[in-house]
Design a protein around this ligand. Structure first.
Ligand code: PLP
Length: 421
């Protein structure tokens, strides 16, 4: 099936007389006829639902749909994008290990990596994703366990050269983890370019209606965990009677371990009701992404031609440093998010935001309604000036998440606000 059809029909195939719409299985628990049957589930010998923290039919359907959209072997929904990134990294790195991340990533992920993972004994080195291979390779240590980047960075909108970083990672026996939140599988499927693990904040475009927090981890199923750097996959797990993940689950070792070990112990699961909302969003994702991209490109071109605007970052625009990468990885558009800076004093951006009427000020992005945010004073306010610079953020930058209103109404609002900025 093509992606539009998968978004509607993936993950759930009703049988004779079943509900047409994915039902919400609002139950924490499931009944069995014998203790032996439950024991086999607990030993991972049988597949089945026994407790919603570990699996639920509604959540499972959404996981299957997203795995199909990305072209992976399995997926695990989490309570938020933050927990998806935490679990993805913690599934392959433990205390004493090291991870390399690109520096221009989402502020929440930056804090997780720089502050909280450090407390857990996992050190993260941040590298410039445009640096030459040799430069990035200098950061690799014997304890390095993964390289992490975002397809389209939030909020600076740099485009990750997935193929190059995957090749670099693989030369050193490392997997590449890609946060594909802004692109969604409609605009880019990182596994096709060599990524090994894909993560998303489903809170953004996948839900798309600003109603439900969520995250997801997708396993590409191609990385070889038996090369020596990943004992957690090849040595017995005492909490499952000595089970060895690569032997028991083959290509799905990563995603099964994330569920049965980390979701079991950390408990940051998606709810059946939440999964139902995400599924509603997914059904119209291709349609929405096309319109988000078209509207954003029109706003970006309009802003670029405006005398009060100093710079616009939208990789579709001619002259953007990542235009060639965008043409390769995001041929159908670069999402609805653009960032731009106004000329003159620092608070011109704030005056612009305060003057908007249709477009609202929200700590959110990727909503069907247009919204704006000033990253330096909100999502990225914990970062130092140097960290802001490394993340590609200027103090006056405005992040504009272009929604699905009529483009003439959006541009009229932008123009009247610019007149007051
Ligand atoms: C929002 C976001 C996250 C965090 O997701 P939450 O669902 O807010 O926890 C992670 N990565 C990127 C790229 C994001 O935009």
């Amino acid at each position: 099936m093509e992606i539009e059809s998968l978004c509607l029909h993936g993950g759930y195939t009703p049988g004779n007389g079943d509900p047409r719409v994915l039902p919400i299985t609002q139950s924490t628990t499931f009944t069995y006829e014998s203790t032996a049957a439950v024991a086999r589930l607990f030993d991972l010998q049988d597949e089945g639902f026994f407790y919603t923290r570990l699996g639920n039919p509604t959540v499972d359907a959404v996981e299957r749909k997203i795995a199909a959209l990305e072209g992976g072997v399995g997926a695990l929904c989490t309570s938020s994008g933050q927990s998806a990134n935490l679990l993805a990294v913690f599934n392959l790195a433990r205390s004493g290990d090291h991870v390399i991340s690109t520096s221009s990533i989402y502020g929440g992920t930056f804090n997780l990596f720089a502050v909280t993972l450090k407390k857990m004994g996992i050190e993260v080195t941040f590298v410039d994703q445009t640096a030459p291979d040799a430069e990035i390779e200098k950061a690799i240590r014997p304890t390095t366990r993964a390289i992490f980047g975002e397809t389209l960075t939030n909020p600076s909108l740099d485009v990750l050269d997935i193929e190059r970083l995957a090749a670099l990672a693989h030369r050193h026996g490392l997997p590449l983890i890609v946060d594909n939140t802004f692109a969604t599988p409609v605009l880019c499927r990182p596994f096709e370019f060599g990524a090994d693990i894909v993560v998303h904040s489903t809170t953004k475009y996948m839900d798309g209606h600003a109603v439900q927090m969520g995250g997801v981890i997708v396993d590409g199923g191609r990385f070889d965990w038996t090369q020596g750097r990943f004992p957690e996959f090849t040595e017995p797990d005492e909490s499952y009677h000595g089970l060895i993940y690569t032997q028991a689950f083959g290509k799905a070792a990563f995603i099964v371990k994330a569920r049965v070990q980390l979701m079991r112990d950390l408990g940051c699961c998606q709810t059946p009701q939440g999964a139902f909302y995400i599924n509603l969003g997914l059904e119209t994702l291709p349609l929405r992404m096309r319109q988000h991209c078209a509207n954003a490109e029109a706003v970006a071109r309009h802003l670029a031609a405006h005398p009060k605007v100093e710079s616009v970052s939208y990789p579709r625009l001619e002259g953007h440093p990542h235009k060639a990468l965008a043409d390769k990885y995001l041929p159908d558009g670069c999402s609805g998010v653009i960032s731009f800076s106004l000329k003159g004093v620092r608070d011109a951006g704030a005056r612009f935001i305060d003057a908007l009427k249709l477009v609202s000020l929200q700590v959110h992005v990727a909503d069907i309604r247009s919204c704006v945010l000033h990253p330096a004073s909100s999502t990225h306010r914990q970062l130092s000036d140097q960290q802001l610079h490394d993340a590609g953020i200027t103090p006056g930058m405005v992040r504009f998440s272009v929604g699905l209103e009529n483009i003439d109404d959006i541009i009229a609002d932008v123009d009247q606000a610019l007149a007051q900025a």
